[in-house]
Design a protein around this ligand. Structure first.
Ligand code: AMP
Length: 194
């Protein structure tokens, strides 16, 4: 089983590269951002609560996303592996994820961090905002807030997995194909070792 964290700032290309990874390795995609947007769309009580945070560029409470991930792990016990896209985003979430996966006997295999310069992140998100219909992509203030939250609260997750020898950074600059090639070069050796 391959459990892969696709990590990076908002706009780093996590969703795009996750799609490429799924096409190549057939893993199950778990994107907390997408799950939350679906809940908002459905206007469920959880979605309504989450929207208050998301629209301002804040993180939703840990318990909420941990619960979402735990449920998905339970529903798909036979998955060949998971891509965690946009999760974990805090140290608490990282510890919880480790515990959940350990209980299921398949720990995190790799944290793949897409590294992109800040100016490029803002440009990509503003551009995505033209077509994404996402409230959090529309305002430069909210975008900058999301990047600041990433720097302050999410980046320490890298150290958590670096200590476990599982961190691998790749440049997220360039074309989607070029980045996908770098990503594959990071994952293939792990597949071969298993
Ligand atoms: P994303 O689609 O991954 O950029 O997520 C969109 C928004 O959903 C984020 O800006 C957060 O407000 C919220 N969100 C997604 N994943 C998480 C998470 N793991 N922890 C807390 N908030 C999250």
């Amino acid at each position: 089983m391959l459990n892969l964290i696709v990590f990076g700032a908002p706009g780093a290309g996590k969703g795009t590269q996750s799609e490429r990874i799924i096409a190549r390795y057939g893993l199950r995609h778990l994107s907390t951002g997408s799950m939350l947007r679906e809940a908002i769309e459905a206007q469920s009580p959880m979605g309504i609560e989450a929207q208050r945070y998301i629209d301002h560029g804040h993180l939703v409470p840990d318990e909420l996303v941990i619960d979402l991930i735990a449920k998905e792990l339970d529903v798909h016990p036979d998955a060949p592996g998971f891509i965690f896209d946009g999760f974990p985003r805090t140290s608490v979430q990282a510890h919880e994820l480790d515990d959940m996966l350990l209980r299921r006997g398949h720990p995190v295999s790799l944290l793949l961090a897409l590294e992109v310069e800040e100016q490029e992140l803002v440009a990509r998100l503003l551009n995505r905002g033209l077509t994404s219909n996402r409230a959090d992509d529309q305002s430069e203030t909210v975008i900058r807030n999301r990047i600041e939250v990433y720097m302050r609260t999410t980046l320490p997750v890298i150290d958590h997995y670096r200590r476990q020898g599982k961190y691998h950074g790749v440049s997220g600059m360039g074309s989607v194909d070029e980045i996908a090639e770098r990503v594959a070069r990071a994952i293939d050796p792990i597949i071969l070792k298993r």
